[in-house]
Design a protein around this ligand. Structure first.
Ligand code: 13P
Length: 288
């Protein structure tokens, strides 16, 4: 199946009260692990690419080629969207040109009028090309690609204003942060989420910073209208821990244990297990 935009999978998720996972990719092993797990679980999936990861993987065209090649060679039949994560205005245009099926324009750091103007322009381009587009209101806390946000809560009226521009899905800050949650984290603000949901109706809402949020909170957020949950750090931690275990056990020094196909295998399996756990939690298993 060719890449799809995220519209249909997220509309179905919103109606069915589950969420589709966006799993960020970092290299070939990551991408293969996520695609194979989605296929095994018959789940739709969104592959997220941050601008930093895009540079690391030799640019957007390389990524489009890799993902399309894998979908074909691995016989992936579940719906897969390739999505720019936290894109700049220029990054969004570059991904559209390279063949991504979905983009996020993160204009949350602009004054609201500028966020509206730039989002409006990108919505028109995405509509014309049948791509999905995610917008953001209220910065998500934590650090991503060197940008540190404070984890503010979005203004529900601003959310409505951006939702009405015709975006496909809307990321709204509700106290969530990227990366590990600090011990004194206050938790998600469900009152703000409920207010945003009330004003934005059928719009699929996106929960960023999906790593490390207690399961009960994730379930409640999905009940309140979240239809897409983004996960990156948890896959990275699982990959690192499994690789560390392999090396600390000295397996890289035994036989051909240094072969990258062996060295990276435990990390690959750890990503698969993490993605499976998340798809089960989000309720997307069997929904392809
Ligand atoms: P985590 O790294 O906290 O899982 O967040 C991922 C994310 O929100 C990507 O946009």
């Amino acid at each position: 199946m060719a890449l799809v935009n995220a519209k249909e999978m997220l509309t179905k998720a919103k109606e069915g009260h589950y969420a589709v996972g966006q799993f960020n990719i970092n290299n070939l092993e990551w991408t293969k692990a996520i695609l194979l797990t989605a296929q095994e679980l018959n789940s739709p999936v969104i592959l997220g690419v941050s601008e930093g990861a895009g540079k690391y993987m030799c640019g957007y065209k390389t990524i489009v080629g890799m993902v399309n090649g894998m979908i074909d060679e691995l016989k992936i039949t579940v719906p897969v969207a390739l999505h720019l994560d936290h894109g700049s205005y220029e990054g969004a245009k570059a991904c559209i040109a390279a063949g991504f099926s979905s983009i996020m324009f993160d204009g949350s750091h602009y004054p609201i009028d500028e966020n509206v103007a730039k989002t409006t322009e990108l919505v028109a381009i995405c509509n014309e090309k049948n791509l999905s587009i995610e917008a953001e209101v209220g910065s998500i806390g934590g650090e991503e690609d060197g940008v540190v946000g404070a984890g503010e809560c979005a203004d529900p009226n601003e959310c409505k204003m951006i939702a009405d521009l015709g975006v496909t899905m809307l990321a709204a800050g509700i106290g969530n942060i990227h990366g590990k949650y600090p011990d004194n984290w206050q938790g998600l603000n469900f009152d703000v989420l409920a207010d945003i949901q009330k004003l934005t109706g059928k719009m699929p809402l996106v929960l960023h910073g999906g790593s490390g949020i207690p399961e009960e909170m994730v379930r409640k957020a999905i009940d309140l209208g979240v239809s897409k949950v983004n996960v990156n750090t948890e896959c990275q931690l699982a990959f690192a821990a499994a690789t560390r275990k392999y090396i600390e056990a000295g397996k890289d020094t035994q036989g051909k244990g240094f072969d990258p196909r062996k060295l990276l295998a435990p990390g690959f399996e750890a990503i698969k297990a993490t993605v499976k756990e998340k798809m089960e939690l989000f309720g997307s298993v069997g929904k392809a």
